[in-house]
Each structure stands twice: as structure tokens, then as C-alpha cells.
Design a protein around this ligand. Sequence first.
Ligand code: SIN
Length: 285
Amino acid sequence: MTLSVLPSGKTLGAEIVVDLAGDTDDATFRRIEAAFHDHIVVVFRNQRLSSERQIAFSRRFGELEIHIVKKYLLADYPEILLVSNIKNAAGENIGLADAGFTWHSDVSYRQRPSRCSLLYAIEVPEQDGVTLGNTVFANTIRAYDALPDSMKTWLAGRRAVHRYSERMRVANSPRPKLTAAQLAETPDVAHPIVRTHPFTGRRALYVTKGECIGIEGVPDDEGRAVIEELHDHCLRPEFHYRHQWRTGDLLMWDNATAMHLAICDYALPQRRLMHRTTVIGSVPF
Ligand code: SIN
């Protein structure tokens, strides 16, 4: 298969030019995987993917997560989570309407968080020819590298506690409250604040103030202050790439080396509809 990689010229991001509509042979897959590890966020433009194809391509990267909010799984395809502001005839959201409105890394609340997520753009909002609902990514390898040595030393071996039920949400979040069973299924989990990438060995920050409630063995106030400092450090624009969506984009990001934020600058009748597959990763170290 022919394939080319066009770097974004930013701190992360690249376009991979290849048609994913058919099976991807092993040699092509290995080149895609290598480009993905190099660029952290990659986009495949102008795709025409059935749900089966998105699932099959995503599975090349590992086992797929079935999202805990079952209400928004695509009928007959539970591996696909609907991310959307669209409402059905009864006035109910058809998908997660507030996914990613605070900085986060997908599924950090699991023992085995996500390796990568793949988001397929079916409807993209726009106004006066300008695309709305962009997604911003922060390169947390670069953010780690830029820390002072004293902070790197202090962070070595420390673990932050991630709590799904206290994950920061927008005011009046439309998503259903977690049931007692779902809460029991998502106990607190501690992950290293400095994470080693399981494939490349590169080190990256793995902490956001919207997901982490403290640092093990550190008094609450002090832990929260460090989490906020690291989070704010990652918000420096030089670490960022902003993805402007087009219909037919399949965007894929590395949850071990990037955190992301979905910009909510649109509202109905401007519609946004995305299909997300989420690949389970390994235990962070
Ligand atoms: C997400 O965080 O998975 C959703 C990102 C987006 O909708 O842009």
C-alpha cells in the first residue's frame, strides 16, 4: 500500500496519507504504528469507514474498551462510543455531549488506561466557513523535558491518584450519574506521574488536575498544588497542536504521551458527531 507521512510542523501531529477502507497489510501497519509513535497524534483524512472497518483497524493496536457509560454505545457496535451534541426525537443526547471539555488522558481511571483513542468525524460544526469544535493536544514528553531538574528529581517514583467519580466536568454536565455498580467498578487508581512509554521508552508527564485528587504519601494540599503546577505547565502553547476537524478525519492519539481538550465553541443547530474507539493499554510504569 502507498503511504506518506506529512508532519504538522508543530510539537506533535502528522497526517498519514493512506486509504483505510480495505484491510491494512502488516508492512503498512508497522509504518503507521512507527509514525504514530513518532508524532503522537496522527490524522487520516478523507476516510470512508464503516463501523466494522473502524473497529477492525483499531483492534490492530490492541483490545478495545467498552466505555462505562453504556447509554452512548453505538447500537450493535459496543466498541464504538458516540461523542455528540445531537439530540434524538425525545430531546435526549444521543452521545456524550461533554466528552473532553476538560484536559484529560482517556481512561486514566483504569489500572490499564488507554493506549490510544481513534475518533472518526462524521459531522463537524462550522460557522461562516470556520470549523468549530477543534481538539487541542499537549505533548507531555516535551512538557516533562522542560521541567527544572529539581522538579524531575522530586517527581521520580511518585504516583498520583486518579478518581473517575471526581473527574472535573462542565457545570450541568448532561452525562448520566454513575450507578453504585459503576462506582464500584472504578476504584481510585495510582499511576506514576512520570510515565515511561511502553514502546518507545520516552518519559512523559501523566497528570491532570481534572482527574487526579492527590499524590501518594504527600499531604493533600501539597499534592494538589504540585498537580496544579504540572497541569498548568502542560498548558504552555509551545507544547500544543490544535486539530481542526474535517468530515472524514480519523484522528488517533497516544494517551501515554499527550493530554487533550475538546473546545466547546458550538451549539445546536451546529451538530458534531464523532465515533470513538478506545484501545486498552498496559499498566503504566
Ligand atoms: C474525547 O476526549 O475523547 C473527545 C475529544 C473530542 O471530542 O474532540
